[in-house]
Design a protein around this ligand. Sequence first.
Ligand code: XLS
Ligand code: NI
Ligand code: NI
Length: 442
Amino acid sequence: MHILLGNNEYFPGIGKIRYEGPETDNPLAFRFYDENRVVAGKTMREYFRFAAAYWHTLGSTGADPFGAPTKALPWLQAADPLQQARDKMDAAFEFITKLGLPFFCFHDFDLVAEADTPTESERRLHAIGEYARAKMADSGVRVLWGTANLFSHPRYMNGAATNPDFAVVARAGAQVKTALDLTIALGGENYVFWGGREGYLSLLNTDMKREQDHLARFLHIAKDYARAQGFTGTFFIEPKPMEPSKHQYDFDAATTIGFLREYGLTHDFKLNIEVNHATLAQHSFPHELQVAADAGMLGSMDANRGDYQNGWDTDQFPNNALELTEAMLVLLESGGLQGGGINFDAKIRRNSTDPDDLFHAHIGGMDAFARALLAAVAVLEKSPYRQIRRERYASFDSGDGHRFESGQLDLNDLHRIAGESGEPPLRSGKQELLENIVQRYL
Ligand code: XLS
Ligand code: NI
Ligand code: NI
């Protein structure tokens, strides 16, 4: 089929964004992100695998619970839904290629508006999928992950896979089947489940055990279907403690890992860790990464940052050099992301209304990660960081400590050893020294 690609320019006056180095005065250039620079054995492009988030980047109009949209996005003006979807995709690919992002991520109904009937929705998705394939072939841009929006439509107000009404569960399943088909058709490398409505508002009307059983059943059959279609990518669960539900079942990394283990899903599922979801769960971002990495389930990242003064998912662009450097330390020491990449699940502020604001936001985010990676590599290569941590545990490397680790001591042995050894001397944790080491290489 021959597909005519649109040729509107949505970001006139902005060309390809290039690396110009830390000293440049050009705000539309990278200072640290040099896609061809090899760090930790890979080019930065391959290391980060940055992705644009279709929903925020192409869809955020600045509307909030208190006010109307502030941005009349030029690609959302056509009345015909498919024309609007093609315009939006033209803008997406212009933006993505000017920025040099290798990937994008999408929900089904980010690509085209949902219709009144499932049949018409599927027809629209199929049509825009064909258009996407042509744009992807033309540009070399790929899909990092696809997903289904199982949270916006009123039918999901009581949950999607965990809805108490089977009719809604079936409807969610139909939607996931179509989203999986689309992701596979576009060569998507992974598929995400974020369960914004998979949780509850009040325990008084909720059978939590039954809902979690349903969620696991749903994930199993979705995975089985995708595998039968030849999908070899990874499924990611994206933990978040709350918002929009009061209690979300995938609260944080530890809870989600427990769930995946309980229901036999660890072979196919890993985690997509989002910065602002970590902080909503009262954890730090590096903590969540470490929990996932220690379970062998660190799959992907949604990059953004929260606001330190409030508790919402504000989805601001990442710019916290210290937070990201600590994150990169976890990533480097744990062997990196398994299958995923770094998706900018972030939106510009309601009052950022110029077309170039989207560029500044992403350039800043990419530079912040690049800078953090360079700092973390320097910490590992040039400082005693690793050695200090290793030495803290040296008492387990030999002797009784080693015997304890390998399961050769019982509680009576500990009682005897403690009796022979006297009061252990205090050993400093060297926290401030380690903080200074990280600061030094920022
Ligand atoms: C919302 C989530 C969402 C997922 C994809 O808080 O971050 O954007 O990443 O459904
Ligand atoms: Ni996210
Ligand atoms: Ni989020």
